[in-house]
Design a protein around this ligand. Structure first.
Ligand code: UFG
Length: 330
């Protein structure tokens, strides 16, 4: 297989990006990270990986990095990620996710970048008619976050048609867990994702978990999501890179999920079970922008990339999350 050259990872100091950096490095790829450290941490980037602190919308800086490191592939993780915040502050999401991606794409096109691998989201589907949802389902996002991801997918398709660039849209479902070797994990000052919120309770940083709505049309009334181990997701990025190098004519749009879901209460029960003690929980109102159930078919990614998840087990995801959370206080 021809060498991939150095990979530019935007948002490589963040949660998912830092796991992708580890997976790329473990697979022998050269990596450079650009991150504004607004949420990411410099300590999340291995010491032998160059970290450029800056904004992906800084055209001069990005052009310099692309030239200095002779970048032929970009993995684009940087962006804003919270559904409720996107409902309250949509322009932030159109700026950080759409405008910034537009600027990055312009720099990539000007530089002749061959491959652009994008962190898209299950949120592009909105409320799917059928679960598990397949990639050809209607794209009808129900919140600004999902719309911002869909707009970037559209830009990518149009840029690819107009230039030689190939793209991969990886539509993530609910990413959770931490590196099994304890090298990386989620590290937000104020977590909002369910398992991270539970970890805050594990660490004694909050009294318990508020379940956001128990009147959804699901078996126990709470929302169902497809929780994917972050290291399996990172492996999918390496696999898609390898597939794009092996078949340079191809662009891909693939779900990254396990194909089965758990309700909020099932997740919290699993946390109690793995932890060996009960975390307090209470019921609150629904959160804005939440679909009742979102589960992704992974038939396409399994056949296109031969992706074989290693951690498709909720207890394992939670055990790794707990180990990481506890390490933060040591
Ligand atoms: N939840 C709670 N209490 C909390 C936090 C979350 O009940 O304290 C619930 C949410 O209401 C939701 C579920 O747990 O039902 C999962 O919520 P997360 O915040 O962990 O994740 P989201 O489902 O909002 O976000 C994920 C991905 C996005 C994707 C989105 C689609 O992170 O990339 O699903 O809705 F776009």
């Amino acid at each position: 297989m021809p060498p991939a050259g150095t990979i530019l990872v935007t948002g490589g100091a963040g949660y998912i990006g830092s796991h992708a950096v580890l997976a790329l490095r473990d697979a022998g790829h050269g990596v450079v990270v650009i991150d504004d450290l607004s949420f990411g941490h410099a300590r999340a980037v291995p010491a032998d990986v160059p970290l450029v602190r800056g904004d992906i919308a800084d055209t001069v800086l990005v052009a310099q990095v692309l030239a200095d490191h002779r970048i032929t592939t970009i993995m684009h993780f940087a962006g804003s990620i919270l559904v409720p915040e996107s409902v309250a502050n949509p322009l932030k999401y159109y700026r950080n996710n759409v405008v910034a991606s537009n600027t990055l794409l312009q720099a990539a096109a000007d530089h002749g970048v061959a491959r652009f691998i994008f962190s898209s989201s299950a949120a592009v589907y909105g409320v799917p008619d059928r679960l598990p949802v397949t990639e050809d389902a209607p794209l009808l996002p129900i919140n600004p976050y999902g719309r911002s991801k869909l707009m970037t997918e559209m830009m990518l398709r149009d840029v690819a048609a107009a230039t030689g660039m190939k793209f991969a849209n990886l539509r993530y479902f609910n990413v959770a867990g931490a590196d099994p070797a304890g090298r990386a994990g989620p590290d937000r000052a104020i977590p909002t994702h369910l398992i991270e919120v539970a970890m805050d309770a594990v660490r004694g940083r909050r009294d318990g978990i508020i379940v956001a709505g128990n009147d959804y049309p699901t078996a126990d009334g709470t929302c169902i999501r497809d929780y994917v181990h972050v290291s399996d997701l990172a492996d999918a990025h390496v696999a898609v890179l390898n597939a794009m190098i092996a078949a340079p004519g191809a662009s891909l749009t693939l779900n990254c999920g396990y194909g089965h879901g758990f309700s909020v209460l099932q997740v919290l029960d699993a946390v109690d079970h793995v932890l060996g003690r009960h975390l307090a929980r209470s019921f609150g109102p629904r959160r804005a922008g939440d679909p009742a159930a979102l589960v992704g078919s992974n038939d396409a990614i399994r056949s296109a990339l031969n992706w074989q998840p290693r951690h498709d087990d909720l207890d394992t995801i939670i055990a790794h999350a707990i180990a990481w959370a506890q390490s933060l206080d040591q």
